[in-house]
Design a protein around this ligand. Structure first.
Ligand code: NAD
Length: 455
């Protein structure tokens, strides 16, 4: 088993570190955020990820997983040093590589003997070359090292599972010595290792995320045609997705992609390509379709409620996807923000993201409810912004009783339109047309008002 250090203990670094420790490696997770390391040292996990807390606790107890703010301690300890720091977007879409460059200098300053430096952050093609150049410039002359690109493909919400059972492991390096060490690290994982040059490995990550975003925008464009023609996008997605050449994954019509990766990675790939003199207009259309999704959805809510000012709207779901507390670039947060700007009174509920939402500006302008049912008390519309499976299991008869007007706007096509109309709701999804058992006005009259006091 090997000694591994991970620099950057966020969603990727902490989960990767815990999984490496789980399979028997000895791991130190480094972070320069002292509060985060203090939290981890006190046994508390700063993020929510299914299965992570137990894995971290067990491996800390077994002595295989440690935390520090000291990069020098981490680098001294390790055979292989992973970099998992942020690569945020700049205003023009290109990647801000300051964190990567800083870590490269920090590693160089404490490098005493041969190490493999592995970039796990998502970086533009040719970054590995720059990292090697930087370490060479700042390290004591003559010290040997190799740089490897090992992009990460985990999905938040199932990161532990993705790391423990990856589809493939991409290792980009031109060094046989480094490749042998990488094989040793990943040997316990039953997954094919795809060995490439560094540039190809870096490009694989941006090309993969862009393709997944393209699938999402494609089905969302199809959903607009479904809305206009009366077809049902769920049936269409099933019909095309069962073709093995296409696949059903990422053909879910909805409010579009968000989160800390897709928007920035697509913008980055456009900027990288343009920088290389290759315009990638296809991806600009992917972005445009994505931006239209939320606008068109808000318009559906406006069409039904006419004026949003002073309307009480319940929103279920705030994280950018289910099974995570991550609200970075969440479309649900953009939606809430737009509703608040239009003057609506928003009461929101999320199973895991409430704490993270309280760190955002918008939290002061909305009410956070302790449960989905309390969120809909006196509401004139219910909006589903994130497809947490538990929302589908809520007692909708009770929901209907608590709402003033039984209007549901399902931004993730989570609910069954027929069931909702049977229960007396007017249901609007994405690419599924309008479902109503009775005209909206009649539905409004029959709804049992509970409280008209806006939150
Ligand atoms: P994050 O913000 O959750 O974590 C990054 C951590 O790095 C932070 O805790 C920060 O304090 C720390 N850090 C920054 N500079 C440091 C330094 N000099 N020394 C020590 N620690 C430092 O970010 P993340 O979501 O884990 O993403 C990390 C990278 O992985 C990004 O490039 C991202 O694009 C990529 N990625 C993310 C995901 C995902 O789902 N989150 C999936 C695949 C790839």
């Amino acid at each position: 088993m090997m000694n591994i250090t991970i620099i950057g203990s966020g969603y990727v670094g902490l989960t990767t570190g815990a999984c490496f420790a789980e399979i028997g490696h000895h791991v130190i997770c480094v972070d320069n955020d002292e509060a985060k390391i203090a939290k981890l040292l006190s046994g508390s996990i700063p993020i929510y990820e299914p299965g992570l807390e137990e894995m971290v606790t067990n491996n800390v107890s077994s002595g295989r997983l440690k935390f520090t703010t000291d990069t020098g301690e981490g680098v001294d300890f390790a055979d292989v040093v992973f970099i998992a720091v942020p690569t945020p977007p700049q205003p023009d879409g290109s990647v801000d590589l300051r964190f990567i460059e800083k870590v490269a200098r920090e590693i160089a300053a404490v490098l005493k003997d041969y190490k493999v430096i592995v970039d796990k952050s998502t970086v533009p093609v040719k970054t590995g070359e720059k990292v090697a150049e930087t370490i060479r410039r700042y390290a004591t002359p003559g010290i040997e090292f190799d740089v490897v690109s090992n992009p990460e493909f985990l999905r938040e919400g199932c990161a532990v599972e993705d790391l423990m059972k990856p589809d493939r492991i991409v290792v980009g390096t031109n060094s046989d010595r480094a490749l042998a060490l990488m094989h040793k690290i990943y040997e316990p994982f039953v997954a094919p290792v795809l060995a490439t040059d560094i540039n190809s490995a870096e490009l694989i990550k941006h090309a993969a995320n862009s393709f997944l975003a393209l699938k999402i925008s494609y089905i969302n464009a199809v959903a607009a045609v479904c809305d206009a023609s009366g077809a049902d996008v769920e049936k269409v997605a099933e019909g095309i997705g069962t073709d093995k050449r296409i696949g059903r994954a990422f053909l879910n019509a909805g409010l579009g992609y968000g989160g800390s990766c897709f928007p920035k990675d697509i913008a980055a790939f456009i900027a990288i390509s343009e920088d290389l003199g290759i315009p990638f207009d296809l991806l600009k259309e992917v972005q445009d379709i994505n931006a239209r999704q939320l606008k068109n959805f808000i318009k559906k809510i406006q069409d039904a409620l006419w004026v949003l000012q002073e309307k009480k709207i319940a929103v279920w779901g705030l994280s950018f996807k289910p099974d995570t507390d991550d609200v970075r670039c969440s479309v649900a947060i953009d939606l809430v923000d737009t509703l608040v700007k239009e003057g609506a009174h928003v009461t929101a509920y999320d199973p895991k993201a409430m704490e993270k939402v309280q760190e955002l500006d918008v939290s002061g302008k909305i009410t956070l409810a302790p449960s989905p049912l309390e969120a809909v008390d006196g509401a004139e519309a219910l909006v589903i912004a994130t497809e947490w499976p538990e929302f589908a299991a809520v007692d909708f008869e009770e929901v209907r009783k608590r709402m003033i007007t039984p209007l549901i706007f399902d931004g993730r096509n989570l609910l069954d339109p027929e069931r909702m109309t049977t229960l007396g709701f007017q249901y609007t999804g994405i690419g599924r047309g309008l479902h109503s058992s009775a005209p909206a006005a009649a539905a409004v009259e029959t709804a049992a008002p509970r409280s008209k006091t806006p939150a």
